[in-house]
Design a protein around this ligand. Structure first.
Ligand code: SD4
Length: 335
């Protein structure tokens, strides 16, 4: 959180350099430069974990899994992994998806008691003929695969839930914590991470505990291929953060990739997808946050959000810790 501002100047520099300047970590064979991008400020840490893989010659798929695992272990994040906030029954359940640029994909939804849903999603992709496992079936699969069972709800998350029970008010806030609303934690901050490796292969991952205080059994966009994440080596990749129902309604990450296929830049594609959200539900769009992040197969990056406050992290051979402000439809985060 605190690191955001100091990156902005560097971000401008990164933007000025553009994505076509020759990078240090480029394959002489493919001419492709490795790059990884992630949602929100904790994306800087996730990118660094992913970059360690890419810089060692690893694949985009291994990189995004490493980045997502970093976020799932992060002790400061109340919306991803072990420190996530629970549903209204006090149960923490996790959603995650992973996708390779050749169309392979896997996901888990409403997974309980397992620290790394992203790695379970990858096992679904690699060890089963299926794409998605949910709930108790996903948990049993994870245990069979050797993932340890852990009680994940932290003391802080449990205390926050007990506090919430006093009012049971359920009104998702836009960037609440960033706006400094006392006692209000952000209840949306999914990690979406996209990478391209030096072989030109792309991959993406998305991991979240979903909306705090959600109805038990509610599944957001993050584990739904095409909504929270979509990757196609022919075109590029997209991921989303914010109110998942809007992404599902608009098949949003797929939409962003298809718009890039039609010739839009990543930023233009994200902007048009956001405009769809606005056109479909103009009133609701004033009270919800929706954010898209995309990277095309040339490594060009773009983002767009409904409301100001969305930041995304970019990491490549020139700079590993750049953090950029996304453009948005609404300049103010007022509700
Ligand atoms: C969801 N998109 O479950 C997720 C939550 C989120 O930032 O926070 N995204 O709807």
């Amino acid at each position: 959180m605190s690191t955001r501002r100091q990156f902005l100047q560097a971000s401008t520099l990164l933007g000025a350099l553009g994505s076509t300047a020759p990078g240090l970590l480029a394959s002489p064979r493919s001419g492709k430069e490795a790059r990884v991008v992630s949602t929100w400020d904790f994306g800087v840490g996730a990118n660094q974990a992913a970059w360690n893989v890419l810089a060692g010659g690893g694949s985009a798929l291994d990189a995004v899994e490493a980045g997502a695992r970093w976020a799932e272990s992060d002790l400061c994040n109340s919306t991803v992994g072990r420190c996530g906030y629970p549903d209204r029954d006090g149960v923490l359940s996790l959603d995650a998806s992973i996708m390779a640029g050749d169309g392979r994909c896997g996901s888990v939804a409403a997974l309980e008691d397992i620290l790394h849903p992203i790695s379970v999603a990858r096992r679904v992709m690699e060890q089963t003929p299926h794409v998605m496992l949910v709930g108790e079936g996903a948990r049993q699969f994870a245990l069979q695969q050797g993932f340890p069972q852990q009680k994940l709800l932290t003391r802080e998350a449990d205390a926050a839930w007990r506090e919430w029970l006093k009012t049971e008010r359920y009104a998702p806030q836009i960037n609440a914590e960033r706006r400094g609303i006392p006692g209000d934690k952000d209840n949306h901050d999914t990690l979406g991470i996209l990478a391209i490796d030096t072989n030109g292969q792309m991959a993406g991952a998305c991991t979240t505990s979903g909306m705090a205080w959600k109805l038990r059994g509610r599944v957001g966009d993050s584990p739904i291929i095409g909504a929270g994440l979509y990757v196609d080596n022919e075109v590029g990749a997209a991921t989303a953060s914010g109110m998942g129902e809007e992404m599902i309604r608009n098949a949003a990450s797929f939409l962003v990739v298809e718009l890039m296929r039609q010739g839009r830049s990543p930023a233009e594609a994200c902007q048009e997808a956001i405009q769809r959200v606005v056109r479909k539900r103009p009133e609701a769009s004033r009270t919800l946050q929706v954010c898209f992040l995309a990277m095309n197969r040339n490594g060009e990056v773009g983002a767009y959000a409904l409301h100001r406050g969305f930041v995304y992290a970019v990491c490549d051979s020139r700079k590993q810790d750049a953090l950029l402000d996304s453009a948005s439809v609404y300049a103010s985060t007022q509700r």
